[in-house]
Ligand binder design. Structure first.
Ligand code: ADP
Ligand code: SF4
Ligand code: MG
Length: 374
C-alpha cells in the first residue's frame, strides 16, 4: 500500500501552526439525468486544533455534502470535481507524540486502507440520521468494540473496557449494563450519547457532527450540546459542527462558515459573525433567530422568498432573488468573490467587492447594509 503524502512533507515541529484540516475550493456535484446539482461549489475553510467550526445555512445548502466529500463517503452519482482537503495526520495512529504528516485526502481512494483508517480513528462522524449510526441486530457495545478493534491494537477485553469508559464519559449511567443494549432499546437522548461515545471511542482529533441535535427534544438537545462542549474542552478535539440553527452555532462555535446554495457567503470568528455580520444573508439569518430578549409572542421575521431549485441556480450572486440590497446589473451579472473585510473575516458580496474580485476601497457597503437592517 503506497502512502499518499503531501508533496511538502514537513517535520512535526513545523506543522504546529498548520490547521488540522484545510478545505480549499472544494466542489462536489451530483450528475443526474435531469442535470447537474452543484451541491458544493467552491468551499474553503480551516479547522485549527482544538477549535469548533460551525457550518450554518438553510436546508439543502450543501452542509452534509461538504462533510461527505471531506470523508469521501459521497453517494454514487456524486463526485468531487475540484479542490483539496488536507489533514494533519498522525503517522503512528494513537500515539499523541507521534510525528505528523500532511495528507491530501482528495488524493486517496475512498476505499483505501489509509482513508478507512482516517475515518473513525482520526476523523469521526456523528451522522445526521441517528438510526443510521447503529445496526439494530447487534448490541451497541459490540458495535463500539468492533470499531475499537479495527483501529486500535487492543484485546477484546480491553476494547470492552474502553467502550464502558467512553459510555461513562458521555454521561450514560450503568455503562456496564447499558453497552449490552440494542440501539432501539435506548431513549433518543441515550442513543445520541451512545453515538457520541462511538465517535469518541478511538480518540479522534476531529469530530464532524452533522445536525447532532435535530432529531431530539429541546431539553435533551441542550444537554447534548453541553456534553459536546465539555468533551471538546477536556479532550481538545476539533469539531466541525453542522446545523441550520444559528442559535446552536452561538453556543458551540469558535469560527463560523455561512453557506448558501453550495457556496460560502461569510466566514469569520463567532464574535465577528454575531456582533458584526456583514453579508445580507447572515444578517437575515440573525434576525430570524429568537434572542433572549424577544417576547415569545413576537413573530420573528423570516427570510423572504425561497431557496432556488438546485438545478436552477440564479446567475450572479446566488442570494440575489431574496436580497434586500440587490443591485440590478451587478448582483445578477457575475458572482462575487470572497474578500477579507477585516482580519480573518471574509464576505462574498458586491457591497464589499468589485466585480474583478478586489476589495471595495470604502466601507460604504458595510455601513449601508447595517443601517438598512436596523
Ligand atoms: N443523493 C443525492 N442525490 C441528488 N442530490 C442530492 C443528494 N444529496 C443531496 N443532494 C442535493 O445536494 C444539495 C445539498 O444537499 P445537502 O448537503 O444534503 O444539504 P444540507 O445543507 O441540508 O445538508 C441539495 O440541493 C440536495 O438536493
Ligand atoms: S451580492 Fe448583491 S444580491 Fe448578493 S448578497 Fe450582496 S448585495 Fe445581495
Ligand atoms: Mg444535511
Amino acid at each position: 500500500m503506497v502512502t499518499q503524502i503531501h508533496p511538502l512533507i514537513k517535520p512535526a515541529n513545523d506543522l504546529t501552526r498548520e490547521p488540522l484540516l484545510r478545505v480549499e475550493d472544494l466542489k462536489a456535484y451530483f450528475f443526474m439525468d435531469e442535470g447537474i446539482v452543484r451541491a458544493v461549489d467552491g468551499v474553503s475553510f480551516d479547522v485549527m486544533p482544538g477549535k469548533v467550526v460551525g457550518i450554518v445555512g438553510e436546508s439543502g445548502c450543501g452542509k452534509s455534502v461538504t462533510m461527505k466529500a471531506i470523508l469521501q463517503i459521497l453517494e454514487a452519482g456524486a463526485k468531487i470535481v475540484n479542490g483539496k482537503v488536507t489533514l494533519r495526520s498522525r503517522i503512528h495512529h494513537g500515539d499523541p507524540n507521534s510525528a505528523e504528516e500532511l495528507i491530501e485526502l482528495t488524493h486517496l481512494h475512498p476505499n483505501s486502507r489509509q482513508m478507512r483508517r482516517i475515518r473513525g480513528a482520526e476523523i469521526a462522524l456523528i451522522p445526521q440520521e441517528p438510526m443510521a449510526a447503529f445496526s439494530p441486530v447487534h448490541t451497541v457495545g459490540n458495535q463500539i468494540m468492533e470499531t475499537i478493534l479495527l483501529h486500535q491494537d487492543v484485546s477484546k477485553k480491553e476494547a470492552r473496557q474502553i467502550a464502558i469508559d467512553v459510555f461513562r464519559a458521555v454521561g450514560i449511567s450503568m455503562p456496564e449494563q447499558r453497552i449490552d443494549s440494542y440501539s432501539w432499546q435506548l431513549s433518543g437522548g441515550l442513543r445520541q450519547r451512545a453515538i457520541i461515545a462511538m465517535a469518541l471511542s478511538c480518540n479522534p482529533r476531529l469530530l464532524i457532527a452533522d445536525e447532532p441535535t435535530t432529531a431530539i427534544d429541546v431539553t435533551t438537545q441542550a444537554q447534548i450540546l453541553k456534553l459536546l462542549r465539555k468533551l471538546q474542552e477536556e479532550r481538545q478535539t476539533s469539531i466541525i459542527f453542522i446545523t441550520h440553527d444559528l442559535g446552536v452555532i452561538a453556543q458551540m462555535a469558535d469560527e463560523v462558515v455561512v453557506m448558501y446554495l453550495g457556496m460560502v457567503m461569510e466566514k469569520g470568528s463567532a464574535m465577528k459573525i454575531f456582533k458584526d455580520a456583514q453579508h445580507p444573508y447572515t444578517q437575515a439569518l440573525l434576525r430570524s433567530i429568537p434572542s433572549v430578549q424577544s417576547h415569545p409572542r413576537v413573530k420573528l421575521p423570516t427570510i423572504a422568498g425561497s431557496i432556488a431549485h438546485p438545478f436552477n441556480r440564479p446567475k450572479g450572486c446566488p442570494f440575489h432573488p431574496r436580497c434586500t440590497h440587490f443591485m440590478r446589473g451587478v448582483c445578477d451579472a457575475s458572482q462575487p468573490h470572497l474578500v477579507e473585510v477585516d482580519e480573518d473575516h471574509f464576505v462574498s458580496c458586491f457591497l464589499y467587492s468589485e466585480a474583478d474580485g478586489t476589495k471595495k476601497m470604502t466601507k460604504t457597503g458595510a455601513a449601508l447594509a447595517k443601517e438598512e437592517s436596523l
